[in-house]
Design a protein around this ligand. Structure first.
Ligand SMILES: [Zn+2]
Length: 222
């Protein structure tokens, strides 16, 4: 909870700065993220503030205070030419989940004659409802390939969540836990890192291994 408070405070501080019309880098780059949106709207963008990434993608075992999902995506379209697009989607759990928003706001045109390779880096694994929706979509779209790298497993003790992950796997979705290389990649691709290198937290590696073992167990229980 302490971390949540800190994050909230940071957000407020940045908003106030913008409101005062402060110039400089921060005000210029934060405008998009801190536009006056309601608390439950879906937010999309190219790069997120580094504090968001460090908090939301931290692979702690119990994610108290993180009532939203961040989804970074890379879509590669293969056909006559190869095109790639990248960005991120952010939700609040009370609104449309980021996974659904990806299909309604980002990936809206899927041409059946082309093939798509999509990679997601999500702060936590999809809830059971989203998992079922994604699985259904993948089953009916053989030209779409999806790999999901997850920082944390959402409610990993719940049978419902296990079922969701297995449904995704059965639909051909590749499920992986984010490790140091993925954190580095995300930091350099989706984060306003101001030229700073990614600094892993102390137990990043141990937590990745923990979640990887859990995921392996869950997927084996089919
Ligand atoms: Zn969901």
């Amino acid at each position: 909870m302490a971390e949540k408070e800190t994050k909230k405070n940071n957000k407020v501080v940045k908003k106030e700065k913008n409101a005062e019309g402060e110039t400089g880098e921060e005000a210029a780059t934060e405008n998009l993220e801190f536009a006056e949106l309601g608390p439950f709207e879906t937010i999309t963008g190219q790069r997120m503030p580094s504090a968001f990434f460090k908090f939301q993608f931290k692979n702690v075992e119990y994610s108290s205070g993180r009532h939203k999902t961040f989804l970074c995506y890379s879509v590669e379209k293969q056909g006559t030419e190869c095109e790639r697009s990248e960005g991120y989607v952010e939700d609040e759990h009370a609104g449309t989940h980021a996974e659904s928003a990806f299909f309604t706001d980002i990936f809206t045109e899927c041409d059946g004659s082309l093939s798509y390779s999509i990679i997601w880096y999500v702060s936590s694994s999809p809830c059971a409802v989203c998992a079922a929706k994604i699985a259904e979509y993948l089953s009916s779209s053989p030209n779409v390939e999806l790999t999901i790298f997850m920082a944390r497993l959402f409610m990993w003790e719940e049978a419902e969540s296990h079922q969701g992950l297995r449904q995704l796997q059965a639909a051909g979705c590749r499920l992986r836990i984010m490790k140091a290389p993925e954190y580095n990649y995300c930091w350099n691709t989706y984060v306003d890192n101001e030229g700073e290198a990614f600094t892993p937290w102390e137990d990043l590696q141990d937590s990745s291994v923990f979640y990887e073992e859990k995921l392996h167990e869950i997927l084996q229980q089919a």
